[in-house]
Write a protein that binds this ligand. Structure first.
Ligand SMILES: [Zn+2]
Length: 272
């Protein structure tokens, strides 16, 4: 299992039926994560290797290829959940890997993961995995409903998102937000903005009277702060967990908790 966000979903589904090893530590940036040689070697012992896919984990492409050539069963979840392509401005034409920001796609992902575990993991009890999957999907459906209700309290004209990179395409599609722009105008954190990119975005923010800029807590917020001051409007800079879970035991330490706290922060940032 590569990312800790999907790792949490997988752990809920697998329960005590098998060992789940999550490669990326909490608060890591999945775009820049590099796998250690010891971890890469361990993958060849796995019954199933699950990744986010769609180009998110740039540092593990080779590891995934070699696992595939060794005959390890691979599930790249992203390609099976109706992935969206980036529009203009962010790696146009390529797939957006941040599908977990739409809980309905995680619901679908949970179903897929449950089936893959039943099919590929030796000794996993089919009934237990089915029950775990059904239970977890109910909880994901619950967070989807919570998000709908909360976001509906933000007037549509205020549902405007500026983020540090393009991370909320799926959330925007699902819950009727407009993406005004991103500080790093790319689908990955590995790019950097030019002075004219920043200047253009400051104009857009001013024209749209954007109330808040959302940055990921794994990234520095310096550029977002500069933008907020350049736009000469009272703009809040809010830190969310969008790429990686927070430490265990904290609010954003699970997928469901992360979605809830991001929802609350977005509502708080945009409603007034
Ligand atoms: Zn990202």
């Amino acid at each position: 299992m590569t990312t800790n966000i999907l790792g949490d979903v997988v752990s809920n589904i697998v329960g005590t039926e098998a060992d789940v090893k999550v490669l990326m530590p909490r608060n890591a940036d999945p775009h820049s994560f590099e796998i250690s040689a010891a971890d890469a070697a361990e993958i060849s012992q796995a019954d199933l290797f699950i990744s986010n896919g769609l180009g998110l984990e740039e540092g593990i492409t080779r590891t995934a290829d070699s696992a595939r050539s060794e005959g390890i069963d691979l599930l790249e979840v992203g390609e099976h959940v109706d992935p969206l392509r980036y529009g203009d401005g962010a790696s146009p034409g390529s797939f957006d890997p941040h599908f977990w920001t739409d809980p309905d796609r995680i619901d679908r992902a949970a179903e897929l993961i449950g089936s893959a575990v039943i099919e590929d993991v030796r000794d996993a009890d089919t009934t237990a995995v089915r029950q775990n999957t059904a239970l977890y999907r109910k909880r994901v459906q619950g967070i989807s409903k919570y998000m709908s209700e909360k976001f509906n309290t933000i007037p549509v004209e205020r549902r405007q998102l500026v983020t540090n990179h393009h991370v909320f395409g799926y959330l925007a599609e699902r819950f009727d937000f407009t993406i005004v722009g991103a500080v790093v105008p790319s689908g990955t954190t590995l790019a950097s903005p030019s002075a004219s990119d920043l200047d253009q975005l400051a104009h857009k923010i001013r024209d749209a009277r954007v109330a808040a800029i959302f940055v990921d807590s794994s990234q520095p917020d310096r550029l977002a702060q500069v933008l907020a001051s350049e736009a000469r409007l009272p703009i809040k800079v809010k830190s969310l967990h969008t790429e990686s879970l927070d430490e265990e035991g904290t609010e954003a330490g699970t997928y469901l908790g992360m979605m809830k706290s991001n929802t609350d922060e977005i509502v708080d940032g945009l409603r007034s």
